[in-house]
Design a protein around this ligand. Structure first.
Ligand code: ADP
Ligand code: MG
Length: 344
């Protein structure tokens, strides 16, 4: 019997795996404007409009831990995770569909809490829950979320449109969700086995909120429209700045130079990182789950972007040959890697 070659998933990594599985699929429908490879698929809806669709899943034990993740917050976060990808296309989210794998350990009331969070997020974002699927799960709670949005065809911001000299812009601040997760994990470890545990979160409430109840940045999409700015490229910051910027570079066939001291980091993020002997810049570069937006605009848009408020310009796009680099205050260049970075 001939032996079939076995390749471990870890040899490829997530992105090469997706490429390998999907490379045979070329678009047959003229309405498929963008398939695999961006934050969301883009479907031509006629009349100069497009529909954008994306799906995400959250798995118990992998993406969340129910020992400290309130179900109401998880419901809210699932909506944020789903519609962040729609916003990252510069589109307006309109509907979501939820599919659940429910473990028998969850009572109905817990699921009602989850849906309360979903409902709250839907009201806040002005979107409709329009369906879903419910089945049993033997491996913990599983949440699948599909998000649907709409945009004018010419307003869509793909990952592939960044041009040399474009400014690299970031909304909000980075690394807070990652530090929030570490705080929760620390308290879980410390309080293991203790009756009536009282976790210590004082002074770090913002970090917990960024991890447990992140808000999606629909406000930014509205502000961009008001200022008449269509980003040349955009991505939602879900995997960490380094990895997500490299996706822009890969899709746009360009390089990037970002400046360490310009990376926006909240006070609480730095304070907890110091307490835990961690580097807040590493949290920003590799942490992920910030659900902020990274976008690029031509240099000529600088004034308009600054007028929006709450946006930091952290660097600029360079030629592909220069790669993606982080410039430290002393002027040395550190090459960015998808996970971590190494000194040249
Ligand atoms: P995001 O981090 O924005 O949610 P992913 O990194 O999960 O995006 O996916 C990158 C791209 O690959 C997207 O276009 C997504 O639709 C596509 N993709 C991911 N997994 C699969 C899969 N199993 N089959 C087909 N396409 C996939
Ligand atoms: Mg994304």
């Amino acid at each position: 019997m001939s032996e079939k070659k076995r390749t471990e998933i870890s040899e490829l990594g997530e992105f090469a795996l997706i490429d390998r599985l999907t490379s045979k699929f070329t678009a047959k429908q003229s309405s498929t404007l963008k398939g695999v490879g961006d934050d969301a698929a883009v479907i031509d809806a006629g009349n100069g409009e497009v529909i954008v669709i994306s799906c995400d899943s959250l798995l118990e034990g992998v993406d969340f831990d129910l020992t400290y993740f309130p179900l109401k917050h998880l419901g809210y976060k699932a909506v944020t995770v789903g519609i962040s990808d729609i916003l990252a296309m510069n589109a307006t989210p309109e509907q979501i569909i939820l599919s659940l794998g429910i473990s028998s350990k969850l009572p109905v009331e817990a699921l009602e809490d989850f849906y309360e969070g979903v409902h709250f997020a839907c009201e806040e974002m002005g979107i409709d829950l329009v369906g879903g699927d419910t089945s049993a799960s033997m491996t913990g709670f599983v949440v699948g979320i599909t998000a649907i949005g709409r945009a004018k065809k010419e307003s869509i911001a793909y990952r592939s449109g960044a041009q040399i000299n474009d400014l690299i812009c970031i909304t909000g601040n980075l690394g807070a969700a990652y530090m929030g997760l570490h705080l929760l994990e620390r308290e879980k470890r410390v309080l293991k086995g203790i009756d009536n545990p009282e976790p210590q979160f004082e002074g770090y409430e913002y970090l917990l909120e960024k991890y447990l109840k992140p808000r999606s940045r629909k406000d930014v999409i509205q502000q961009l429209a008001e200022e008449g700015i269509t980003p040349t490229s955009m991505i939602d910051l879900s995997d960490g700045l380094a990895s997500d910027l490299m996706q822009i570079c890969r899709s746009s066939k360009c390089g990037a130079r970002i400046y360490l001291e310009r990376i926006p980091i909240a006070k609480q993020t730095s304070a907890l990182a110091e307490e835990m002997h961690a580097d807040p810049v590493v949290a920003a570069l590799n942490g992920g789950e910030d659900h902020e937006l990274l976008f690029t605009v031509p240099l000529s848009m600088q004034e308009k972007v600054m007028r929006m408020g709450g946006i930091d310009v952290i660097g600029h796009i360079t030629a592909e040959s220069t790669g993606a680099a982080l410039v430290t205050p002393d002027g040395s260049n550190i090459r960015l890697k998808a996970q971590g970075f190494k000194e040249e």
